[in-house]
Design a protein around this ligand. Structure first.
Ligand code: UDP
Length: 318
């Protein structure tokens, strides 16, 4: 197969490119480096089955040659990023998804949309099955991301129904691991970077809000299986083991051996109070479930961030 991956220099996009190349396929990576980073794909430059286009998928896009798959992963995805870049976030979820679907239609390629647990908003159903329609504030600060992804799901289904494009939708829950941007503002990278520097860990709210953290290798395996499957309904891919954010802070302190303190900060507006995927669908239809427990995944992630120490990329977290 020859596949196009938008957002290929991002955290998930770059791991996905690695997986497709490892399976023997060819990858065209596309990224404009808005939140992705060249370091994430530096090891792929010169690979005979990898080519790269520096381009914004929200603008008209031409890709030469045949394609068997289009995987649309381009988007700011950290709350800090999409609060700073709400227009780009809305454009890549809407115009970018439209362009990516147009490419899939023209090439008769299978299309996979990277959607998100944010489509469930601050959920009133817990854990969240794919049948839950969500509780999203369209005009709140997270609306730019949540509604863009909800629109992206809607236009993906429209292309499937009206144009016959063979589509997949993955709803990605909190994922962590090597190649997260040190300053991207998400909780796992923030806590690890802060702990390694001996700075206080910034706990938002009382830390009683929950998240369920999936290690990147597990996440990529679930996405790869979904792409290969015939499942056209959305599928949650995430780790169903739920932790409070305070528990995460304590675990990071233990695993880094850091003497950092934990400081309280205001909870951001519309921050979901709970989040846990119901992965029954992924288990039964894809035979997938995560294998790497949080403790083990954090050890690997801490090792990655230790390796970045001293590099220009270790700017202070925002
Ligand atoms: N959070 C925190 N400290 C930080 C960054 C995030 O306590 O330095 C909290 C945040 O309020 C949220 C959770 O951690 O409840 C996960 O935040 P993240 O930005 O990683 O992603 P989200 O799941 O909200 O999209």
């Amino acid at each position: 197969m020859r596949v196009l991956i938008t957002g290929a220099a991002g955290f998930l996009g770059s791991h996905l490119a690695d997986r497709f190349l490892r399976e023997g396929h060819s990858v065209v990576g596309l990224d404009n480096f808005l939140t992705g980073h060249p370091d994430n794909i530096a090891h792929l430059m010169g690979h005979e089955r990898f080519s790269f286009l520096r381009h914004n998928i929200s603008e008209y896009t031409y890709v030469a040659g045949p394609l068997d798959g289009v995987l649309h992963f381009a988007s700011p995805a950290s709350p800090v990023d999409y609060l700073e870049m709400p227009i780009q976030t809305l454009k890549v979820g809407s115009l970018g998804t439209h362009n990516a679907l147009g490419i899939a239609l023209a090439k008769r390629a299978r299309f996979l949309l990277a959607s998100t647990s944010e489509v469930y908003g601050d959920p009133l159903v817990h854990p969240q099955p794919e049948s839950y329609w969500g509780n999203v504030n369209p005009i709140g600060p997270r609306g730019c991301y949540d509604e863009a992804k909800r629109f992206a799901e809607a236009i993906t289904m429209a292309y499937q129904r009206a144009q016959g494009v063979d589509t997949r939708i993955v709803r990605i829950f909190n994922t962590y691991g090597p190649r997260m941007r040190p300053g991207d503002g998400r909780v796992v990278s923030n806590f690890i970077v802060q702990a390694l520097r001996g700075e206080p860990l910034t706990l938002y709210g009382d830390g009683g809000q929950t998240r369920s953290f999936c290690y990147v290798d597990d996440e990529i395996d679930g996405i790869y299986r979904l792409f290969q499957s015939d499942q056209q309904e959305p599928v949650n891919i995430g780790n169903p083991v739920e932790f409070t954010v305070r528990q995460l802070a304590e675990l990071v302190l233990e695993l880094t051996g850091s003497t950092s303190t934990i400081t309280s900060h205001p909870l951001p507006a519309d921050d979901p109070k709970v989040r846990q995927p119901d992965i029954t669908r992924a288990r039964t239809l894809l035979g997938w479930e995560p294998r790497i427990p949080l403790r083990e995944g954090l050890v690997r992630t801490i090792e990655y961030f230790r390796g970045l120490s001293g590099s220009a990329r270790m700017q202070p977290p925002t």
